[in-house]
Design a binder for this molecule. Structure first.
Ligand SMILES: Cc1ncc(COP(=O)(O)O)c(C=O)c1O
Length: 405
């Protein structure tokens, strides 16, 4: 029997309740330092309590709507749909922009696979573009040339997808100057860039559609979730319908097309509501983490930081260092392993998509800069709850690894 006294007693003896166990682990001096763990505010429980009292749990009702309003206010865009994940938001975006078999979708090679996976699911062929080595963002000069060449061939992409890598916002105004003459829409993957700004606007502003993520490692998390946002009310309403199984307005189940179950549950929306209220403080905290790393590490030979794009105030979701062994730095993998041995979690910069087995047949435009960033780039612990003591431990471990060579 599952709940027999023996089983319950045995469980108590070997395992204290989960919350107490994780609190005890976090308080221990040798506690692992994580890359970007969820940062709870204390307001999640009251919001969840309010949700239960209101009697809502489904992906409908006042909590998802209130979360959408809060997202809209945070990013300065009028129309927002809260979704089950950032990947779901991207999938809806691709569907709304008409991505279908035979289409090309162009994006940066230096990103997470979820940027392009939904387009591939819709039958599109991805084409991966190299990046500006200073920022790690889509190389706009390369894109300009390739768009002109594609227009000459009469084979323009269905959509261009810039990615705000590690929170650094792409200059959408500059990208629009390149894409607008050819009538190619932009879907901005701003999953990592909530709170980042460029030229006074939120990351992704000016794109036809913007996708955000609230998964567990993001600056604001609901545990899972995402959003699709834009200026076109009609597009977001279409997305809302598709996200609810493409149900038509009828008492019975009526479907003119097929859709998805992509709504955000009220429970996650309630958590997201508590979290998003802290966005400004979190951007400031992550920027302060970056500033401390830079002040403490900039003198090390062969170590540099990914640059902030011109006109941007990035959320610095993750601080990224670049290690050049020819200039005296330890290799990225050596440093990663030394830090792991000291209980410090880091992660290599994304392995470029053109090098991933899943995309081995996809066309590409360059890729050498992204490949170098993968070889040399390492993401450091950057959470908004990272304490000064923890960060000092990371800094000390990095300096020790440089000293050891
Ligand atoms: C660049 C990028 N795109 C898309 C996603 C997908 O978001 P989610 O995990 O919410 O589906 C993520 C985050 O995981 C991401 O970092």
């Amino acid at each position: 029997m599952l709940h027999s006294a023996a089983v319950t007693a045995g469980f108590r003896q070997t395992a204290p309740p989960l919350a107490a166990r994780t609190r005890a682990e976090a308080a221990s001096p040798a506690a692992p330092i994580l890359l970007s763990p969820p940062h709870l505010t204390g307001q999640e429980l009251p919001q969840l309590q309010a949700m239960f009292e209101a009697g809502w749990l489904a992906p409908a009702g006042p909590f998802p709507r209130a979360f959408e309003d809060a997202i809209a206010a945070a990013i300065g865009l009028p129309h927002v749909l809260a979704t089950a994940s950032g990947t779901a938001a991207l999938h809806l975006g691709y569907r709304l922009l008409g991505v279908a078999p035979g289409d090309e979708v162009w994006t940066t090679t230096l990103t997470f696979a979820a940027t392009i996976a939904p387009a591939v699911e819709l039958g599109a062929t991805p084409r991966f573009f190299d990046v500006d080595p200073a920022t790690g963002l889509l190389d706009l000069d390369l894109l300009r040339d390739e768009l002109a060449a594609a227009a000459r061939r009469g084979r323009l992409p269905r959509v261009v997808v810039p990615v705000d890598l590690y929170g650094s916002p792409v200059d959408i105004a500059a990208l629009r100057e390149i894409c607008d003459p050819w009538g190619v829409p932009i879907l901005s993957d701003s999953a990592e860039a909530l709170g980042s700004r460029i030229d006074g606007r939120h990351a992704g502003f000016g794109a036809k559609l913007i996708a955000l993520s609230f998964n567990g490692n993001k600056i604001v998390t609901a545990g899972g979730g995402g959003a699709l946002a834009g200026e076109d009310a009609r597009l977001i309403e279409q997305a809302r319908r598709l996200a609810n199984h493409a149900r038509e307005d009828a008492a019975h189940y009526e479907h003119a097309q097929t859709g998805y179950a992509y709504g955000l549950s009220s429970a996650l929306a309630a958590i997201g509501l508590a979290q998003i209220a802290t966005l400004a403080a979190r951007v400031a905290a992550r920027r302060a983490v970056f500033a401390r790393y830079r002040a403490a590490l900039a003198d090390l030979p062969g170590l540099s930081f990914l640059a902030e794009p011109r006109g941007a105030i990035a959320n610095r979701w993750l601080t990224v260092i670049r290690l050049c062994p020819r200039a005296g730095a330890p290799g990225r993998e050596l440093l990663r392993r030394r830090l792991a041995a000291a209980g410090i979690e880091t992660r290599p910069v994304f392995k470029p998509l053109h090098l991933q087995p899943a995309f081995r047949h996809a066309p590409q435009a360059g890729g050498a800069q992204a490949a170098m960033l993968f070889e040399e780039g390492l993401c450091l612990p950057s959470g908004s709850a990272l304490t000064r003591e923890e960060q000092a431990r990371v800094i000390e471990a990095i300096r020790a690894a440089f000293a050891r060579g």
